[in-house]
Write a protein that binds this ligand. Structure first.
Ligand code: F0G
Length: 452
């Protein structure tokens, strides 16, 4: 059994607030649930309501840090530390230079959708290939500060890869719980290489998360799922960095994939906080897209007006978002409502098609990220998004995260029985071609490709 952690000391600059009963506390229990009503906690900064943050000064400071060589400034998360829980004096965070991710224009997808101002914020360009790193640098740093030796998570793959990396960098041990056979080899291989104790459980993600919640109540293990509010503070910086990129002129829409719903909650929290602090005067609409087979949020909004969670038995090849009982659903409903966003669902074929279209831009992403482009097409049909509006798709994971999906798609293994969509899918497929090693054969192939 690992040694017990030190009791957490109160923090001078922030406290925890329950999202349901509003109860405030200086410390949080290991399951990060409210002591009164067991709902989720969020981090809040009481001192902001007094003197706030000088918006102009903050913007100038953050911009100036882009040319600094300090470890804290080189991180695209800690660069915005005025909006994060404070580090102790001289404390160095566990960082891999996360954040600093590119915003790409998508000219071909812009033509396909008819939205000229279409951009992708590519979180797959983070150190372990997903957006999780921006949250992990904060949460792992606070785990170490609280004296924990073990950190743990349940995961569909990306959280485990990220946690294992940050734990290794910070001298912590890590325990990964993943659903057996339901995460990509590429993500599993990352957890192994970064030295995590990796358990493949005979259940789904929701079963892994349930078990983790029990574990942290009975052992001194620090949980690093997005229930952990420190994760969401780090993930907020996606939105801050995005607004800085656009010179603080908000885009009209931000579209994000929804799984356990931590990321959409974090982005929404950042938008609301930036408005409260006067950093932006207008909110982008934040929309969340789910796979049809893992559409708990969509059903909860459509069938229960967002008042209660309708869990589903999740099934989708976009394994990162194969989640039926999303923990942060209430937070997500709140930010969708507060920003005037929408929630949509997309089919497996729509996801694969969108993924190939993003790939053809020379960018690529994993299947879960492609729901954003597929969702945009739906939101345009519904006239929720207008063609003259600016749209940012949040690409959450790197193309290399799920090579099996990509290869199966291009080789024609995926959706081979779908006669209805054969033509549109075949147009996007680029299967590898096996040839004799002759100049003639290669030139013929080139000529054929030129005609197609
Ligand atoms: N996109 C990718 C690539 C993901 O890995 C995840 C979640 C999401 C989107 C959804 O984000 O859960 O914050 O709504 N992956 C988690 C994991 C669950 O364990 O890696 P969310």
């Amino acid at each position: 059994m690992p040694p017990t952690a030190k009791p957490e000391a109160p923090h001078p600059d922030f406290c925890f607030r329950c999202i349901a009963c509003g109860c405030l506390s200086d410390v949080a229990s290991q399951d990060f649930r409210c002591a009164n009503c067991a709902d989720l906690l969020e981090i809040t900064y009481p001192q902001w309501s007094g003197k706030g943050v000088d918006g102009r000064l903050a913007r100038e400071t953050w911009f100036g840090r882009r040319v600094s060589r300090e470890a804290l400034d080189l991180s695209g998360v800690w660069r915005y530390r005025e909006l994060l829980p404070a580090l102790a004096k001289d404390e160095q965070p566990i960082t891999l230079r996360e954040g600093n991710t590119p915003v790409y224009e998508l000219p071909q997808c812009a033509r396909i959708t008819g939205v000229p101002r279409l951009f992708a914020k590519h979180q797959g360009m983070n150190p372990t290939g997903s957006f999780k790193d921006t949250g992990m640098t904060v949460a792992a740093t606070f785990a170490r500060r609280a004296g924990f030796r073990w950190v743990a998570c349940a995961s569909t793959g990306n959280t485990s890869a990220s946690m294992a990396a940050y734990a290794a960098r910070g001298g912590l041990r890590s325990l990964v719980l993943v659903p057996e056979g339901k995460i990509s080899w590429s993500k599993l291989s990352q957890a192994l290489d970064y030295g995590a104790v990796t358990c493949q459980l005979r259940t789904d993600f929701d079963g892994c998360l349930r078990l983790l919640q029990e574990l942290v109540r009975s052992a001194p293990v620090y949980q690093l799922n997005s229930i952990n509010p420190f994760r969401l503070e780090g993930q907020k910086t996606l939105a801050i960095e995005l607004l800085e990129h656009f010179d603080w002129q908000p885009p009209d829409h931000i579209i994000v994939p929804g799984g356990n719903l931590g990321n959409s909650s974090a982005i929404g929290k950042a938008l609301l906080e930036m408005r409260e602090l006067g950093l932006i005067s207008r909110l982008p609409k934040l929309s969340v897209i789910q796979a049809e087979g893992a559409n708990a949020l969509l059903r909860s909004i459509r069938e229960a007006d967002g008042k209660r969670l309708i869990s589903v038995q999740a099934e989708t090849r976009a394994t990162a978002i194969r989640i039926g009982n999303p923990a942060s659903w209430k937070k997500a409903v709140h930010v969708i409502e507060a920003t005037g966003g929408a929630c949509e669902q997309v089919s497996e074929i729509e996801i694969a098609q969108a993924k190939a279209e993003i790939g053809a831009e020379g960018i690529g992403c994993e299947p879960a990220s492609a729901v954003t482009l597929a969702g945009l097409k739906k939101l345009l049909q519904q006239k929720f998004v207008k063609p003259d509006e600016s749209v940012v798709l949040v690409l959450t994971g790197n193309l290399l995260k799920d090579p099996d999906f990509t290869i199966e798609f291009h080789q024609g293994g995926l959706f081979k029985d779908s006669a209805e969509h054969a033509a549109s899918l075949n147009r996007l497929r680029r299967p590898p071609i096996v040839l004799d090693a002759s100049l003639d054969a290669v030139i013929k192939t080139l000529e054929q490709a030129e005609k197609s």
